[in-house]
Ligand binder design. Structure first.
Ligand code: BG6
Length: 493
């Protein structure tokens, strides 16, 4: 199928934290890709901002280095690179100081009618101060939007305070809270799979589904981000946002349309229906772990504590949660969630396991009957597998074999899959909030997470150790096996 480029209006994008890691790894390469595809209108501008004094040319050199590192060589033709770099300019300005803001005002002046995007690729402590200055300097026009990244607070109360500070300057329809998982092609495909096919919906409930598993496993450790990560941990870093968003997409009712509010209303209902964890269920439904030394492939890995250089950290690098949704569709269908660093394999996958057939008509020689499973692989090797039982060909009686109907997107669609940030940045310019979290969603997600954090704060227990390169601590296996079920480890899933 031919990719279609939907034109966007000319825009000015101001990136705060333009010389940081996110900008270098994700934003600059994503904008380049959109430009190279012909989506950026000729006179659109990208204005880098950060504390550091830097000339326009020095910022272009920084951006060029980012492209050389993160964009495929064949796309970096001299014309493409020049066109992109010509859009860039730089203003040194700080959220907490006056310097630079007049220059930013001047740079933006004269383009009040066009879409203006402020991307805050900075720590959350600067969200409030930057928004305040944007307001004071009257830079927020009718067509302005602000983009913020997680962490949106360290708990529900912190998120409310941040949202108040942003909301004092920008109205909710202009606030874009990014969860980059929602920009992944396969995550959006989850909605296509559920709502563009009549096949699944009649089965998508507790009469037919036994349970759901969501695994987001990484082989990497905390790399250069230990400072941030140690104040966050896996629950805040991955579950409060990415994994709960995936759970919402699996569990939500069909929205009336793909417009932002109908989709977000349905996700919100799911988050509000999550059964709160109590003192009793916290013990059986939640496991936190921390990686110890081990090996991944051939390389040996340090423990989290050694990597961090702090032997006392209680920060979890793994978490498993049994979540339950209290509504008619999902009563008694557990959602087992797990995520961790330094696990055996990098894989993000959703497994929907159906109930067994009500009566087995086959003889013992047919072998054990296996339940149907729908496995949605988000990364790597994006695709969908529907596991079915079929007759093993050949003589020797009717023997059953469990095989997947396998749709590998990489093989089916050979063109380059756009990165999440490409889609999301263009959605901001277009003014489409469907794939961004609304304030009440964030609050509802924290309401589920806060009791877990509170109980950990009070507990003297340490996170359960697990070896780097394993599938997490043993209690995480007990968490699901206690219910007579088992985690599906890739690649067998
Ligand atoms: C980020 C987390 O939001 O997502 C990281 O802060 C994590 O810790 C990353 O590694 C995973 O994203 P992806 O797209 O590589 O699955």
């Amino acid at each position: 199928m031919i990719a279609r480029i939907i034109p966007v209006d000319a825009f000015d994008l101001v990136v705060f934290g333009a010389t940081g890691d996110l900008s270098q790894r994700k934003l600059i390469p994503a904008l380049f890709h959109r430009d190279e595809q012909g989506q950026l209108p000729a006179d659109s501008r990208i204005i880098g901002t950060s504390r550091r004094e830097m000339s326009d040319d020095a910022f272009r050199t920084f951006a060029l280095a980012a492209l050389e590192k993160f964009v495929e060589k064949e796309l970096r033709t001299p014309e493409n690179v020049k066109r992109f770099l010509d859009r860039l300019s730089y203003v040194a300005a700080e959220g907490t100081k006056d310097e630079g803001w007049l220059k930013l005002e001047k740079t933006l002046a004269g383009h009040e009618e066009r879409v203006r995007v402020f991307y805050l690729a900075v720590g959350p402590d600067l969200f409030g101060p930057i928004c305040e200055r944007l307001g004071q300097h009257k830079l927020v026009t009718a067509q302005s939007r602000v983009v913020v990244e997680k962490p949106l607070g360290k708990n529900g109360a912190g998120a409310e305070a941040l949202n108040d500070a942003i909301g004092a300057v920008f109205p909710e329809p202009s606030i874009y809270r990014i969860d980059h998982y929602l920009g992944k092609e396969t995550v959006q495909n989850l909605m296509a799979l559920r709502f563009a096919n009549a096949l699944f919906e009649p089965l998508w409930n507790n009469s037919h589904i036994d349970h759901v598993q969501i695994t987001v496993a990484e082989t990497l450790g905390v790399e250069g981000r230990a400072g941030y990560y140690d104040t966050s941990g896996a629950l805040r870093d991955m579950v409060q946002n990415h994994i709960l968003q995936l759970l919402c997409l699996v569990a939500m009712e069909p929205p009336s349309s793909m417009e932002a509010d109908p989709v977000r209303d349905e996700k919100l209902k799911v988050l509000k229906s999550l059964k709160p964890l109590t003192q009793a269920t916290l013990e059986t439904h939640v496991v936190r772990g921390q990686y110890r030394a081990g090996t991944n492939g051939h390389s040996s890995q340090q423990s989290y504590l050694d990597e961090l250089g702090n032997p006392d950290s209680k920060t979890e690098t793994f978490v498993a949660v049994k979540a339950e949704i209290s509504n008619w569709r999902w009563a008694n269908v557990p959602f087992y969630l797990r995520t961790g660093k330094r696990l055996a394999q990098r894989v993000s996958e959703i497994t929907v396991e159906f109930k067994p057939v009500p009566h087995d008509i086959f003889s013992r020689t047919a072998g054990p009957m296996q339940p149907n499973r729908l496995v949605i692989r988000l990364q790597p090797d994006e695709g969908v597998k529907l596991w079915l039982s079929v007759k093993e060909p050949g003589p020797g009686g009717l023997r059953l074999k469990h095989v997947p109907l396998d749709m590998n997107f990489a093989e089916a669609f050979t063109s380059r899959q756009p990165e999440a940030y490409e889609r999301l940045l263009m959605d901001v310019v277009r003014g489409n909030q469907t794939l961004f979290m609304r304030r009440d969603e964030v609050a509802a997600a924290w309401k589920f997470i806060d009791p877990i954090l509170d109980s950990w704060k009070e507990s003297t227990d340490l996170p359960k150790p697990y070896q780097s390169g394993s599938w997490g601590p043993t209690p995480a296996i007990s968490l699901i096996e206690r219910d007579g079920r088992t985690w599906y480890e890739a690649p067998g899933a």
